[in-house]
Design a protein around this ligand. Structure first.
Ligand SMILES: [Zn+2]
Length: 248
């Protein structure tokens, strides 16, 4: 509850009193603005959330979801099915489907490429789960990553972890692929990198045009994959073979 007493009367300094009347999200937003960083739907903001604030943010989100349910004229006080929906949705957003916004990147160790490997390899399919920024409904699909190693290497399973972290935010598919490419470049500085994502968008399946079979495929190629057409071709061929394996 917000105190109506003057700041000096309840023993708080003039600096801390306004802070306490702010919601946790307002506090985090103010911190992000003063740091001059963006907090778009697909940005990670974990560096700007202090210890203990995520729990408070979860309660605040639950309150707002409860307001949303009330605005939808759902009788949450008497409906046993939606009684705790607000808490479930808040938990799901902050710690599951959008965890890539609020949680730090999983620890991923990289190692020097001592054998100087420079043959390309691909990893996939990696399941990716996201939600569209426009309607917050699921995007589900597969991702393939091709690497021509550079100075450092990371374990195969680490690509799955970083893809899951990047995709677990509200996105548009084109930007998700670019952000994933940036993170992989940061982690292992490959000489060449290619990523393909093929996904189904529930905002086209479930609503809107309601087209159940349409999928979107997009790719990004960087470094040697961009400059060397034969290498790019090899990457797409390897992915095609991996995809063919799925149907055998
Ligand atoms: Zn949408």
């Amino acid at each position: 509850m917000t105190s109506t007493l003057p700041a000096s009367a309840n023993g708080l300094s003039r600096e801390t009193a306004p802070l306490l009347s702010q919601s946790i999200s307002e506090r985090i937003r103010a911190r992000l603005r003063s740091a001059g960083v963006t907090f778009l739907a697909n940005d990670n903001i974990a560096d700007h959330i202090l210890d203990g604030e995520l729990e408070g943010l979860e309660r605040e989100v639950a309150d707002r979801v409860r307001d949303l349910l009330r605005a939808l004229v759902i009788d949450i006080e008497n409906d046993h099915n939606t009684e705790e929906t607000a808490e479930r949705v808040a938990r799901m957003y902050l710690h599951e489907v959008f965890k890539g916004r609020y949680h730090q990147q999983p620890k991923i160790a990289s190692f020097p490429n001592v054998k100087q490997l420079d043959e390309i390899y691909t990893v996939g399919p990696i399941t990716v789960r996201s939600a569209c920024s426009h309607h917050l409904v699921p995007i589900m699909g597969n991702c393939w990553i091709g690497i021509k190693p550079g100075s450092r290497v990371i374990g195969l399973s680490k690509f799955t972890r970083v893809a899951d972290w990047v995709f677990s935010r509200p996105h548009i598919q084109e930007e998700a692929v670019m952000i994933l490419a940036d993170e992989i470049e940061r982690l292992c500085e490959p000489q060449g990198l290619g990523i393909i994502v093929k996904a189904q968008h529930y905002c086209m399946k479930w609503r809107g045009v309601r087209e159940p079979q349409t999928s979107m495929v997009n790719s990004v190629v960087r470094g040697d994959f961009r400059h060397d057409p034969s290498l790019k071709q090899e990457f797409f061929e390897l992915v095609r073979q991996q995809e063919a394996l799925l149907s055998t």
